[in-house]
Design a protein around this ligand. Sequence first.
Ligand SMILES: [Ca+2]
Ligand SMILES: [Ca+2]
Length: 186
Amino acid sequence: MLTAASLTAVSLALAAGPGNEPPPGPNHSIRPCPIGLVLHDPQLYCVIEVSPAVEPTFQPAGTAVAWESGAMTDQLWVWRGTLIGAPYSGHTVVVLPIGSVVSIHLYHGGGLFGPWLNGHTVRPGDWNLDGQVNSDDISAFLRDWLAAPQGHQAITGEVSRGDYNLDGWVNSADISAFLEGWLASL
Ligand SMILES: [Ca+2]
Ligand SMILES: [Ca+2]
């Protein structure tokens, strides 16, 4: 059951974000979308490990530069490179199969930052990235959707957390898309 206390707990967890320490500068964050994970303002050297071995791809085009990428074994693909972020919204979508297990490590200032995600199973309905898909995710998504400016999104700044389907608009289609992803995650 949704209570004020649980909402506060989810809010604090989301504010802290996955990983250890927030990096200096832009407020990096990560969240699911229908086709994988969205990283906001990455702009950092990044290592992505995917199991079973599937090469991650990136959207929009040109928002990632691979240094090396390949299958280590049938169960492990390692991608190393730099995530740049889209010119206006500052995000990079890491396209990953639902159900794949991913670790995303960022490096900053010569050291490992994070991991942002470690052994995370990709599910489009796991909004709070806690590895479970349950009603907490619906509560958390609706809270973010309600907090987001509605309608067409400005082309500067972080892509809105309310824009689940990444079409540039925050509207009821995002709720439908999230619930569809949530159901597909069960
Ligand atoms: Ca969850
Ligand atoms: Ca949208």
